[in-house]
Design a binder for this molecule. Structure first.
Ligand SMILES: [Fe+2]
Length: 315
């Protein structure tokens, strides 16, 4: 049975039925997924059998090379491509995955890495019984297209600094926007505990990087331009006085998440949401930390153009 894509009654997003993660994706279905993603930015796969870790990895690889998410987050996991977004604690007392139940500010996955997320895959294994958190998605094609022309022209020449330092360690002094992002304390604690655990075990994990990316990015698959800044991760505009940079980022991050461009997803167990990581921003509500929320996350990777390639002047 071929896959079926049903658009949601929302500014973006569609439901996808008919995925069988137990078999290799057919070329026809791959095309359906690619076209559906280009048209709707967020695809909610529902009603399928639960994929094993390797089946999820196999599916995601059809769309590009995968980021080793668990390594970036300092985890010890047999499947490096899967990031465990959960609030579980291992027998050693250290978070098994991301380890936080606080809300997460608007962000694009891995924008703080030179090789950013292109598509992401987020699957609900367990969700809290009471007040399960929504995940909201904001359309960044629409955000770009609704910018005044003069502003779009100006932004095409600019580059921004992305960092999760405020989430991960003592980096508040580097934040140029209003204080540490939501969730910073939870993340800082779990990262620190993992770092100490890994040192004890002699496990090497890459340091958390920072990156500079264009403010306007042309999506490598859709060929369309997007606004690529977020309140959670973008810290400053390069070559701009701090006050001016803060004011511009505040204006852009408000513009990029206007309600008319947002879809709020209510999770059902088993939902596998594939989204255009470049073409959307997403955020998550907090949940009661005494309740379990268990997700599996993967991202394909892509390298945005470096500053020199665009002929930008040094900041
Ligand atoms: Fe995310």
């Amino acid at each position: 049975m071929a896959m079926e894509v049903k658009p949601l009654e929302a500014p973006l997003g569609a439901l996808v039925f008919g995925w069988n993660p137990k078999t290799e994706l057919s070329d026809v279905d791959e095309k359906t997924v690619r076209q559906g993603l280009a048209a709707h930015q967020v695809l909610v796969f529902r009603g399928h059998a639960t994929p094993a870790d390797q089946e999820l990895v196999r599916f995601a690889y059809r769309f590009g090379n995968l980021i080793k998410g668990s390594e970036w987050f300092g985890d010890i996991d047999p499947v490096a491509e899967i990031l465990r977004v959960n609030n579980l604690v291992g027998a050693d007392g250290v978070a098994e995955g991301t380890g936080a139940s606080a809300s997460l500010e608007w962000h694009a996955d891995y924008s703080y890495v030179p090789t950013v997320g292109k598509e992401s895959f987020l699957e609900a294994v367990e969700i809290p019984a009471k007040n399960p958190p929504q995940t909201c998605f904001a359309n960044q094609y629409a955000a770009f297209e609704s910018l005044p022309k003069a502003m779009a022209e100006r932004l095409r020449t600019l580059y921004a600094h992305h960092s999760i330092t405020g989430y991960a360690k003592d980096g508040e002094q580097e934040l140029q926007i209003t204080g540490a992002p939501q969730g910073a304390d939870d993340f800082r604690e779990s990262f620190q505990a993992k770092k100490e655990r890994n040192a004890r075990l002699g496990v090497e994990r890459p340091p958390i990087p920072q990156a500079v990316h264009p403010v306007i990015v042309r999506h490598p698959d859709t060929g369309r331009e997007i606004l690529y800044v977020s309140k959670g991760i973008t810290r400053s505009i390069l070559g701009m006085p701090r006050d001016e940079s803060n004011a511009l980022l505040k204006e852009l991050t408000a513009h990029s998440t206007r309600p008319e461009n947002v879809y709020a997803h209510d999770w059902q167990v088993g939902d596998m949401v594939m989204f255009d990581t470049l073409g959307t921003l997403h955020r998550r509500d907090a949940w009661d930390p005494s309740e379990r929320r268990v997700m599996r996350q993967l991202s394909t990777l892509w390298t945005p153009p470096a500053r020199e390639e665009n002929g930008a002047a040094a900041a």
